[in-house]
Design a protein around this ligand. Sequence first.
Ligand SMILES: Nc1ncnc2c1ncn2[C@@H]1O[C@H](COP(=O)(O)OP(=O)(O)O)[C@@H](O)[C@H]1O
Ligand SMILES: [Mg+2]
Length: 254
Amino acid sequence: MIKFALINEKGGSGKTTLNVNLASYFALFKNQRVLIVDMDPQGQSGKSLGIDVRNLDATVYELLTGEARTGEVIQQTRIESLFIIPSNKSLANLPYKIVDDPDRDVKLRKVLSRLKNFDMVFIDSPPSLGVISFNVMTAANKIIVPVSLNYLSLDGTAEIMDTVERLKKANHLKDVEFFMLIPTMYRRTRLASEIISTLQKHFPQLVSRHHISLDVKIDEAQSHGLTIWEYAPRSRGANMIKEVAEEIWEKIKS
Ligand SMILES: Nc1ncnc2c1ncn2[C@@H]1O[C@H](COP(=O)(O)OP(=O)(O)O)[C@@H](O)[C@H]1O
Ligand SMILES: [Mg+2]
């Protein structure tokens, strides 16, 4: 079971968009049984799949606090072989609830290690650094960082790498690795090209060959609660995400 996590403490870097559309791509086109885990209290992975997350009482929060079991929180989505553990704003209480728990940074890791019947897991993360994102980092074995090409993205990327290294050491984890940096929100500007070349210089094995430009269809799909494959499968946006998905597929097969 491959556990991908999309992390970047900056909001608006494309985490949720990629999380939902990559997970659904592998479920729809690669015959994978895929589970999305939403670790953002905004609950947008669920919303992006058309799920009303506001009034759920079995979410990732209840799973992590031991009030519910996996079977009670995993929901089938519209897409066959795509499942989700949704979240909503109750997740914002998690840091207070587990503050004294010595295992507080590895709660999600423990829960996911008991899951057997999925090929892939995609974990979405909040736009902040703290116990929730630490749980995402330690639960994953392949970390994907969407890097939006506008401002300070290099600083942010280096910081994420430091944080993950620190958590790996503190919790004696060997199986957590950086898998890919995906340039997002690309515009044809000199700044964007400069950031891409600097990323390539610093992280030559990690930067994806394909990047994601802006396409309004991606935004529209999300606002309709649909994946890009359902809303605009022939759009430029769908094509860009498909290229990145195929690159990920190639990399895990090699
Ligand atoms: N390639 C893109 N083109 C146009 N809009 C996009 C693109 N990627 C993301 N968006 C939109 O930008 C907003 C932020 O993206 P999102 O994936 O939610 O970022 P994050 O989860 O990192 O905060 C959303 O409204 C989303 O629909
Ligand atoms: Mg998000």
